[in-house]
Design a protein around this ligand. Structure first.
Ligand SMILES: C[S@@+](CC[C@H](N)C(=O)[O-])C[C@H]1O[C@@H](n2cnc3c(N)ncnc32)[C@H](O)[C@@H]1O
Length: 238
């Protein structure tokens, strides 16, 4: 509950729900743009509201973008557009984000907020599975190393495939940020039977496999942080 508005608030991965709430109330909500709150509220009515990037994760996304002066960015997995709007708000006036998702209907829930924020001109939304779009971008050699930042928050079975493409598209020194890498804290379980909500069970092992793969990948420097649902920050170093 925030300002009397009921929104979807998972426990987070901290020691307690109270500690997570402290972090949100103290550092995150006071700095979250009103228009992002609006979009979050509109999204909270969606049956898959838990898909939405959490505001604490969003705050990290924004800071990382600013640290690398991100101008050209890619987002894989848009849903209702919380992270997409946040990205567009963070980009400079001549910046651009390519957002890819198979679900235009979800994107249209957030579109009024994007329009209201007057940042639509920075967004190219592509309704499609992401892999063929990334491959198409790579057909043009001028796209190689031309992106400063990428955010990946989609089908976990393809995370490794996205990683290989994005390591070509994002420049050396650029950032690729992965969401949900601690999968609600369930990555420590022996099997997926205790993973909730149940639709999250089939992808449980993909997060575990991805975490192993990314740790072994010396083309990137990494840090895995327990914000939101767990995020892994990768910087391309070669
Ligand atoms: C967790 S949600 C993204 C949340 C979003 N970042 C936000 O801030 O609200 C995951 C999204 O990935 C999309 N998705 C699933 N498989 C996909 C695929 N193969 N290609 C592109 N998008 C996909 C889903 O439609 C869904 O909207």
């Amino acid at each position: 509950m925030e300002n009397g508005i009921k929104t979807f608030e998972p426990n987070g991965l901290l020691q307690s729900r109270e500690l997570y709430q402290y972090l949100l109330n103290t550092s995150v909500y006071p700095r979250e743009a009103e228009i992002l709150k609006e979009l979050r509220y509109a999204s909270s009515k969606h049956p898959l509201a838990y898909y939405g990037t959490t505001p604490d994760s969003g705050q990290l996304l924004r800071l990382l973008m600013k640290l690398v002066n991100a101008k050209q960015t890619i987002e894989v997995g848009v849903f209702t557009g919380y992270s997409l709007l946040l990205t567009a708000l963070t980009l400079p006036e001549d910046g651009k984000v390519i957002g890819i998702d198979i679900d235009r209907k979800a994107y249209e829930i957030g579109l009024p907020s994007i329009k209201k924020a007057a940042v639509e001109h920075k967004i190219e939304f592509i309704e499609s599975p992401a892999l063929p779009i990334l491959d198409k971008l790579l057909e043009d050699p001028t796209n190689e190393g031309s992106f400063d930042f990428a955010f990946v928050d989609a089908d976990k079975s393809n995370s490794k495939n996205y990683h290989e493409r994005l390591l070509k598209l994002v420049k050396v020194g650029g950032i690729i940020l992965y969401d949900n890498t601690l999968w609600g804290g369930t990555v420590i379980l022996k099997d997926s039977s205790e993973v909730y909500p149940e639709p999250r069970r089939p992808d449980w092992h993909h997060s575990i496999e991805f975490n192993k793969a990314i740790t072994a990948d010396h083309r990137v420097d990494i840090s895995q942080v327990p914000l939101g649902d767990g995020m892994t920050i990768c910087m391309r170093i070669r």
